[in-house]
Design a protein around this ligand. Structure first.
Ligand SMILES: NC(=O)c1ccc[n+]([C@@H]2O[C@H](COP(=O)([O-])OP(=O)(O)OC[C@H]3O[C@@H](n4cnc5c(N)ncnc54)[C@H](OP(=O)(O)O)[C@@H]3O)[C@@H](O)[C@H]2O)c1
Length: 417
């Protein structure tokens, strides 16, 4: 499914921040029992990589002095990266894996939270996950259960300085979005904060500026509560909210089909939407910048890749040019999607279980008609000029790579987007 767009009036959505911190016992409850000193990650003890990784971690300097000291300190920005513990949740995702690599490359102590069965449809076992996250301290836990997550972090016997969340529902469905993009992300904030975190970096999405889908509403609710926490309740706590445009994986789905001689399929005239695609590597570097850079504190940061914004038509033209073929397009009326969604919405009123299918239809419709660019509140139109660019990887180079090597590692999995 390619991400596309048209210009639409901004439908403003401002979730009321419901303060989940005001009455929380987070900071006061910080306690670590003696088992923290001896506890281990739930990983293969025999792994030599593990032994190496565990040695790299800086434990809480003196547990006797108490984590509370760490919890009140905001000085992590003055430390060397090797003394900064970064908890990454969503570490096994398309972006999360690159974020882990980038943070390790920059010398941070990375604690990567993962499921025992990770990846698309849980295809990776523990060992495969450990291999993927080499250099990080892998903590197998359950981000959907606050108690379990807190216990896992407590068992590390470490203070946390920064939490980076790349969590996302794997299918974008209604229930799962609220469970992951809101609840589990909130759990990671609670757990990190309880053990001293002073900064939270959130991977969000540029499309939340025009929220018509449940996953966008779930993300926005968390964003609003995070901002409220930092700006009203605990000024010593900070955030960076990263809202990227389209990922390469979302735009590469037709490369192999076109390579096989089929037409490039697009909705409407192929100019309904545009985006500034960004690679996993470039986005991971931007997210890693957010850990320490002061100009990214308490900021909402929309971000795209290098170069001009591209419509689906232009993406198709690039692809045909690389392949040395005459462009061959198949234009599909967007109304087809409206009809299908209308039918599903009607059925959902009678059979509630159809509601999720209708939501998936709406997700497809959204990306066929909405640009992944800054929505200018003054004009109500998407603006290429106002959408910042970062990095160096281009969609053209990505297409060339897919033509050579296929889409391995770029699978959408259970996602539509
Ligand atoms: N696709 C685009 O073009 C685009 C553009 C802009 C923004 N975004 C946003 O970018 C974000 C991340 O995307 P991505 O492609 O990196 O996501 P992804 O590959 O689907 O990764 C999702 C991560 O969340 C974890 N997760 C999901 N459900 C979980 C559960 N029940 N329990 C524990 N962990 C769970 C996954 O763990 P497992 O490996 O264990 O499943 C994985 O680490 C999304 O919020 C998306 O909206 C996407």
């Amino acid at each position: 499914m390619s991400l596309c767009a048209s210009f639409n009036v901004f439908a403003s959505y401002s979730p009321k921040p419901k303060s989940f911190f005001r009455d929380s016992k987070l900071v006061s409850q910080i306690q670590v029992n003696s088992s923290a000193l001896t506890s281990t990650f739930q990983i293969h003890e025999s792994s030599t990589n593990l032994r190496f990784r565990r040695r790299r971690l800086k434990p809480i300097s003196s547990l006797d002095a108490g984590i509370s000291e760490i919890a009140t300190s905001s000085s992590f920005r003055n430390k060397n990266p090797s003394d900064i513990n970064v908890l990454v949740v969503g570490s096994t995702g398309y972006i999360g894996r690159f974020v882990v690599k980038e943070l390790i490359k920059r010398g941070f102590n990375v604690i990567a939270v993962a499921r025992e069965k990770s990846g698309i449809r849980g295809k990776n076992d523990k060992q495969e996950t450990l291999n993927q996250l080499q250099g990080a301290n892998v903590c197998f836990s359950d981000v959907t259960q606050l108690d379990a997550l807190e216990k896992s972090v407590e068992d590390l016997g470490l203070g946390i300085d920064v939490v980076v969340s790349c969590l996302a529902s794997r299918n974008g469905g209604i229930k799962d979005s609220w469970k992951i993009d809101y609840e589990a992300t909130k759990n990671s904030l609670f757990a990190g904060k309880k053990f001293g975190a002073k900064h939270f970096v959130l991977l969000s999405a540029i499309c939340v500026q025009k929220p018509l889908l449940e996953f966008q509403r779930a993300k926005l609710k968390f964003e609003a509560e995070l901002m409220d926490l930092a700006e009203s309740q605990d000024p010593s706590f900070t955030y960076s909210i990263v809202r990227p445009t389209a990922f390469f994986k979302s735009l590469g789905g037709q490369v192999e089909i076109v390579k096989d001689g089929k037409p490039y399929v697009m909705f409407g005239d192929g100019k309904l939407c545009a985006c500034k695609p960004i690679s996993e590597q470039d986005l991971a570097a931007f997210i890693a910048d957010c850990v320490l850079e002061e100009d990214k504190i308490n900021q909402v940061l929309p971000i795209g890749g290098p170069g001009k914004a591209l419509t689906p038509m232009e993406q198709g033209e690039i692809l045909f040019r690389i392949l040395g073929r005459e462009p061959k397009f198949l234009k599909v009326p967007i109304e087809i999607m409206d009809f299908a969604i209308g039918v599903l919405d009607f059925l959902a009123k009678i059979f509630p279980s159809v509601g999720e299918a209708a939501e998936f239809g709406k997700i497809g419709r959204y990306y066929a008609a909405e640009s992944m660019l800054i929505l200018d509140p003054e004009t109500g139109e998407y603006s290429e000029e106002k959408t910042p660019s970062y990095g160096k990887d281009t969609l053209e180079d990505f297409f060339k790579k897919v033509i050579r090597e296929g889409m391995a590692g770029q699978e959408l999995g259970e996602q539509f987007f």
